[in-house]
Design a protein around this ligand. Structure first.
Ligand SMILES: [Zn+2]
Length: 186
């Protein structure tokens, strides 16, 4: 409802400026899609966390400094192995926000982001799907042990929840998924 109203407002502004067609399209381009339709553009060959984990769909939830949550927070015990979800090139990086983090780039170009690791496994290298690349922790801007995992088919992230849900329920089995009660990242 809100976005529709914004589009109408933009339409009127656009009319006033003689940009009646550009107005609504520009507004729409800045809206964050609630459910990206390019979710089928990629897939996971392994669950990012090789062990019991719990997670919910928190796509778009508010975070500090006006940010929106662009990943899935997979709550798991500290030290639980984290694995490559695809064959590709794993680059280990450290940042204030992500702590000990990994960018995994698949041969087909999709990128996967792992954050808040307790530690890495080895060094940056080419990896195979399922290979251990780190361990769950709470480094960087995290509260509580969990893996923050993002899927980026292109420049923008898409909601990783459906992909993670499918991959992890296959590889972990039918362990019950606990509901995370509070946000794990500020
Ligand atoms: Zn997160």
């Amino acid at each position: 409802m809100h976005s529709r109203r914004r589009q109408w407002i933009s339409a009127f502004i656009g009319l006033g400026l003689g940009l009646s067609w550009l107005g609504p399209q520009t507004a729409a381009a800045h809206e964050r899609p609630a459910t990206p339709d390019n979710i089928a553009a990629t897939s996971l060959d392994a669950c990012p966390v090789a062990g019991p984990s719990s997670f919910i769909d928190s796509w778009g939830d508010p975070r500090s400094s006006g940010r929106r949550h662009e990943g899935v927070d997979m709550e798991a015990d500290r030290g639980t192995p984290v694995v490559a979800v695809r064959d590709g090139s794993a680059e280990f990086k450290r940042s204030n926000l992500g702590g000990n983090a990994i960018w995994l780039t698949a041969a087909t170009g999709e990128r996967f982001y792992y954050a808040h690791l307790d530690d890495w496994a080895g060094n940056s290298r080419r990896v195979r799907a399922g290979e251990v690349i780190g361990y769950v922790g709470q480094s960087g801007n995290a509260r509580g042990d969990h893996l923050h995992f993002e899927v980026r088919p292109g420049d923008a992230a898409v909601n990783a929840f459906p992909l993670v849900d499918a991959a992890c329920n296959l590889s972990v089995g039918r362990a019950p998924i606990r509901v995370v009660l509070g946000p794990l990242v500020r």
